[in-house]
Design a protein around this ligand. Sequence first.
Ligand code: GLV
Length: 306
Amino acid sequence: MSFAIIAPGKDVTEWIDLFQEMDDSLSIQVYPDLRDKESIEAVLVWKHPQGILKELPNLKLICSMGAGVDHILSDPQLPENIPITRIVDDKLTFSMTNYVVTAVLFHHRQIPKYLAYKSEHMWDMREPEVPVTIGVMGTGALGSDVLDKLSYLGFNVIGYGRSRKKEFGFPYYSGDELESFLSKVNVLVCLLPLTPDTEDILNLSFFEKCQRGTYLINVARGNHLVEADLLLAIEKGFISGAFLDVYREEPLPKDHPFWDHPKIMLTPHIASVTNPAAAAPQIYKNYENMKKNLPLVNEIKMSQGY
Ligand code: GLV
C-alpha cells in the first residue's frame, strides 16, 4: 500500500518530510517516478498530468493540494467514484482574507493616487477615501471569513452564493438574484469555486450590470474572468480597476496587456498558498480514514463540483 504525490514542477520535499514525520512506515512515491502504480491507494495532487490517475488501478482517495479542485475535475479521464478532498485550513483562510483586505484598502484608501502624488511631490488632501460597499461572491470557508473581517473593520458587506441559505450573518443573495446583488455593491470580490456554471462569469454583460465604476478583486480562478472583457469594461467605465491574483494562463505571459495597465494591480497567484505544515495533518488523517472506511474531512460533493 502506498501514497503518491503528483505535483509536476513543485518541490515537494517539505511534504515528504512532514508525512514521514507523522508515519515513518508510509511508502511515498513521487511523480514522475511512480514505480509501483498498483500499490498506490491515495494521491496528493496539484495540476496532475491528465489521464495519469486512471493508470492507478487501486486508487481510493484523491487529495487536492489546495483549496480548489477544478484542476482535478478538469481531467476528462478522471476515474469515477473516487472521493476527492480539498484543503480547508486556518492558515489558508488567514492569508486569503488578509489579501482581500489589502486589495479593498488599496482601492478604498487610493494607494495608486497617493503614489502618483508622491512622485509629483503633490500635497492634496481632498477626497481621501472612496466610499465602498463590498460584495463577496462565494460564501464558503474563505468568503465567510472575508465577510466577517471586512465587516469587523466597519465596511458594509453582502454575500452572493449558489445555494439558498436560511441563516446568514449578512445580507445574502443567491442564484438569479445576481443583478440585485450587483446593484448594491461597488467593490466585488470573486471567491467562487470554478465549475462549468461559474466559468467566464465575469464577462462584459456581467460588468454592464455592475454599478458604474465597480472595483473588481479576483482571487478565485483565472477562468472566471473573460480577460478581454475586463479591458473593455474598464475602457467603458463599467469597472474602475481591478486587483488580480489569478489568470487564464499562468505564469501570466510577458506580453499580456494586464502587466502595464495603469488600472490593474496584479500579483502572481500568491493570495493564499497552501502551507504544507498546516495542511499535511488533514491529508494524512484522510489517508487513515480512507483505510478504516471512516468519513473523510473536507470531501467535495461531486454533484456540486466543489
Ligand atoms: C489555490 O489557488 C488553491 O486552490 O489553494
